[in-house]
Design a protein around this ligand. Structure first.
Ligand code: PLP
Length: 407
């Protein structure tokens, strides 16, 4: 199937609106993506005609909602190339997924002096849960830098392994630099040394085909709102061997089999790790979003975004007063930049907004990366499957205005 961008854009109703009297140019997909009509319709349909709590009732609607909700587990497994869907834990997003691993797998098995290897370009969601272990258990965080292009050398990550290394936690795709990390090489080397690997797939799964069984990781976290699905939806793949080692992180309904005054027995995995009423309709919406992406074809999406990346890279390189961070050759269409001089990222994004161009300004939840780059903040234009080269032109026009006003 060819990628028909006009048809794709027509699937996203919000893209027809104006902002500040200008057509919306939405380049904040790294923060959260817009939703296609099929997802919006699925949410309306679920609440209008098919809503009930799941796993609990014997009545018609509860069975229907359970069926729809549980089918999403299979969709996520298919999307991530996982052959056994019981290795998918459904949740509210990457933050919950990584915390589930930190509390349920890492905390019970780590002690003072154990080490966790992190890259310097991790999102706070893949940093702060490990700081909890540092603060509470005395675990040491070992940081691996990226090079001047923003590339992460897998050998440098593997070279940081010692006999105290208990986990490598690394992003698959940087939300700031756009760098795609060779997580397969990291996993291959780590496996030989008996070190599990957690991959933060929050950004990668949006932009490229992902097959976690080929990657060979132990944990792979995704978050629904960046995948054109509802906020409050997500999942984490947990290899069955790691799952067997895990303790439940949150306790409550659904994750138990029996509870008495003196004892509790747990449900089978993955439900053992899904406490309480889940985001039922959010997850149903996520299933539809993933089907939508797979319908377009992940290879087609990736090819379209490579075209956008190349076009944007050329046009932004033409602005000799713009400093783009991250020069990895195979990067995704994510561009973080500063303007030469003292212009603040917030001022730049405010001017862009006046032109209808939505970008993000700030630290992007990556304090250690900003420290590494020696920057207080950047602006970030992050592209998605519905963006166009005309929108790159609109960004460049708006940046030229910024340069005129702020230089
Ligand atoms: N990891 C990366 C690389 C991200 O870009 C984000 C979101 O910005 C997260 C983790 C956290 O995702 P969420 O806030 O949906 O849990």
């Amino acid at each position: 199937m060819t990628f028909d961008i006009v048809k794709v854009r027509a699937d996203f109703p919000i893209l027809t609106r104006e902002v500040n009297g200008k057509p919306l140019v939405y380049l904040d997909n790294g923060a959260s993506a817009q939703k296609p009509q099929v997802v919006i319709d699925a949410i309306t349909q679920a609440y209008s005609h098919e809503y009930s709590n799941v796993h609990r009732g014997l009545h018609y609607l509860s069975n229907l909602a359970t069926e729809k909700y549980e089918a999403v587990r299979g969709t996520i497994a298919r999307f991530l190339g996982v052959s056994d869907e019981r290795q998918i834990v459904m949740n509210s997003g990457t933050t919950e997924g990584i915390n589930t691993v930190a509390y349920g797998w890492a905390m019970p098995r780590m002690e003072a002096g154990d080490e966790i290897i992190l890259s310097v370009m991790e999102h706070h969601a893949n940093i702060v849960p490990w700081h909890f272990l540092r603060e509470r258990l005395g675990v040491k965080l070992v940081w691996v830098d990226v090079d001047a292009n923003g590339d992460l050398d897998p050998d440098k990550v593997l070279g940081a392994i010692t006999d105290r290394t208990r986990l490598i936690a690394v992003t698959h795709l940087s939300n700031v630099l756009g760098t795609v990390v060779d997580v397969k090489s990291i996993c291959d080397g780590a496996r030989e040394r008996g070190v599990p690997v957690l991959v933060d797939g929050s950004q990668a799964a949006v932009h490229m085909p992902v097959n976690v069984e080929e990657i060979g990781c132990d944990f792979y976290a995704i978050t629904g709102h960046k995948l054109y699905g509802p906020s409050g939806s997500g999942a984490i793949y947990i290899h069955r061997d790691r799952m067997a080692e895990m303790q439940p992180f949150m306790g409550g309904g659904d994750m138990i089999r029996e509870v008495s005054k003196d004892a509790v027995t747990y449900n089978d995995p993955p439900m053992k790790f899904e406490a309480g009423t889940p985001g039922i309709v959010q997850m149903i919406g996520l299933g539809v979003a993933l089907d939508y992406m797979m319908g377009l074809g992940m290879e087609n999406i990736a090819a379209h975004e490579r075209h956008l990346r190349d076009y944007a890279r050329d046009r932004l390189d033409g602005l000799n007063w713009l400093n783009v961070q991250g020069r990895s050759v195979g990067k995704a269409a994510i561009f973080s930049f500063t303007l030469e001089g003292a212009a603040h990222a917030h001022d730049i994004s405010t001017i862009l907004d006046k032109k209808g161009v939505a970008v993000r300004a700030g630290q992007h939840c990556t304090g250690p990366l900003m420290e590494h780059l020696g920057l207080a903040a950047t602006c970030r234009a992050s592209f998605g499957l519905y963006n166009t080269t005309e929108e790159v032109d609109a960004l460049v026009d708006a940046l030229e205005l910024c340069h005129k006003l702020l230089a």
